[in-house]
Design a protein around this ligand. Structure first.
Ligand code: ZN
Length: 159
């Protein structure tokens, strides 16, 4: 068994879409980023890559590379999952916590889980997603940004 941890944060600004786990969330601001700014997909990708001790997301898809401008992060996540499988691992489960004051994400959690599971070719029962506020404290509390923490468990695949 191998455990991995991922973290990501993006600034929330006007004129950008808010996309989390590949789901477009209706909100007046969205995540600033070179790609689509999907902090949930990014944190999960780094948790998976970290568990396999592979090169992290930022090294694989650098924000200095025009190819990844406005990239669909779910495509990048699928690529990372492929790399993890290629390194001889199977995904056991993963769990993520989105920290953001607004919008309320409860209505979107199930779709996020299903979307991530489909992207990883895993069952939705292996994908946990939760949303927390930080009670007005710090950049996630004052609406400046969104942060995501994720962990992933892999097992060596039986070949
Ligand atoms: Zn990111």
């Amino acid at each position: 068994m191998r455990i991995g941890h991922g973290f990501d944060a993006h600034r929330l600004v006007e004129g950008r879409a808010l996309i989390l786990g590949g789901i477009r969330i209706p909100f007046e601001r969205g995540a600033l980023g070179h790609s689509d700014g999907d902090a949930l997909a990014h944190a999960i990708a780094d948790a998976l890559l970290g568990a396999a001790a592979l090169e992290d997301l930022g090294s694989r898809f650098p924000d200095t590379d025009a190819r990844w401008k406005d990239a669909d992060s779910m495509v990048l996540l699928a690529e990372c999952a492929k790399a993890v499988r290629g390194a001889g691992f199977a995904i056991v489960n993963l769990d993520a916590t989105i920290v953001v004051e607004r919008p309320k994400l409860a209505p979107f959690i199930r779709r996020m889980r299903e979307n991530i599971a489909a992207c990883l070719a895993a069952d939705a029962s292996c994908v946990g997603v939760k949303a927390k506020s930080s009670e007005g404290m710090g950049y996630t509390g004052d609406g400046t940004g969104v942060a995501v923490h994720a962990v992933a468990l892999l097992r060596e695949a039986i070949t």
